[in-house]
Structures are given as C-alpha cells and as structure tokens.
Design a protein around this ligand. Sequence first.
Ligand code: RB5
Length: 146
Amino acid sequence: MPIDNIVAIGCDHAGLEFKTLIRDQLIRLGFQYLDAGVPEGTERVDYPIVAAEVSQLLQNKAATYGVLICGTGIGMSMAANRFKGIRAANCLNEAMARFARAHNDANILTLGQRLMGPDLALSVLEVFLSTPFEGGRHQGRLSLFN
Ligand code: RB5
C-alpha cells in the first residue's frame, strides 16, 4: 500500500465523534488509517499529546496525511505546526481545504467539532484528500520556512 493512502488520525475528548465518522469515511474512500487516539470513553486528554503522536507518524513516514480534531481545530493546528515538516491547516470549509492543499501543501487537516456539522466535516475531508499540491511558485514559498 503506497503511503499516500495512509492517514493518521487523532482527537482529544472534544473531537471523538468526528474521529469515528472520519475513520469510517476513510475506509469508504479506500484509505488506510492509523489511529493515534483517543479511545472511546476517554474523559479528557490534552490535545498537544495527540497532535505530537500524529505529527511524528508523518515525520517517520508511517503516514502521508493526518487529521486532528479538537473542539475548534485551533489547538491541534498550533501544536502540530511545532513539528518540522508538518503543515497543519485548520479548515472551516471546502475552499480552505482546497487552498490548504493546492497552495500550502498542507499535510495535516485540523477540524473543530464544536464549530461545524458532521456533513461539512466529511466534505472538507474529501476536498483535502483529493486536491493535489500545485507546486511551482508555491513550492518556493514553502521552502522559505519548512
Ligand atoms: C477542549 O475543551 C478544547 O479546548 C480543545 O478541544 C480545543 O478546542 C483547543 O484548541
């Protein structure tokens, strides 16, 4: 299985419902997933711990893409972006997901379960995973910081 097909997923307690939906959707779309937690029933987990686990799976080339869910997606994106080579984008709609991939070559999508409905989250996921990076002038810009 090429690693382009492997997506690492993780959430804190505020993102557990979406993680389950996203896991099922990944299977439907033909992706494999690596689940960095948290398990169902977990009362609380600090999102930087899960963000680190998913980021390290990408750094170690165990997965190409990641999806991290918390209440807003903000904390997860902040934490993941501390890791070299990680470009995490918090996307609230399909346009953000499209540009995050096409212009920024984002490799982690972060979502906020408290800010959007499940249908929108799945739609954002599909756009994120199906949009190629455009390269060219955008690659030059990425090279300036990553
Ligand atoms: C947890 O209550 C919440 O703060 C967290 O899920 C996330 O939204 C942080 O950015």
